[in-house]
Design a protein around this ligand. Structure first.
Ligand SMILES: [Zn+2]
Length: 146
């Protein structure tokens, strides 16, 4: 798991992180308006929505997805261990609160991406975008003497 420095977060599935972020937003709002608790949106039960999908990438050593819904500029930490996405800001309202599937690279590629990035001592340099190849990452490491 790539989030070694953030050990606690590495142990949590992305959905759990989203739920915690969601819970914090709900609590922040409730501090201002106690009646809002009863109205807070929650993830809908059932299968994830087929579309849109959320695309995982690595940012500062964390697997992340940008919220794919138009007008929402949020991003959430996600986990290959639970490849679902629930936005803590727009609550996936467009798909009536259903989870979205998160698309990660295939398992073997994902593990190799993590291994190459973990060679980098600074977390802020551990980045990968879906259009980057493993060869790109290895070349970047070599350019920096890793
Ligand atoms: Zn959103």
């Amino acid at each position: 798991m790539i989030v070694r420095a953030e050990h606690v977060m590495a142990e949590l599935a992305g959905v759990e992180l989203a739920e915690r972020a969601h819970a914090q937003l709900v609590l922040d709002k409730a501090a201002q308006d106690p009646s809002s608790l009863a109205r807070a949106p929650r993830p809908a039960a059932g299968k994830p929505a087929e579309r849109p999908s959320a695309i995982a990438y690595v940012n500062h050593g964390r697997w992340v997805c940008d919220c794919p819904f138009p007008g929402c500029n949020s991003a959430q930490i996600v986990s290959p261990a639970d490849a679902r996405f629930f936005c803590a800001e727009c609550f996936n309202a467009v798909v009536e609160g259903r989870y979205l599937r998160v698309h990660f690279p295939p398992k073997r590629k994902l593990e190799r991406i993590e291994r190459v990035l973990e060679e980098r001592p600074l977390e802020e340099t551990r980045n990968w975008l879906p259009q980057e190849s493993l060869a790109d990452l290895v070349a970047e490491n070599e350019e920096h003497g890793l």
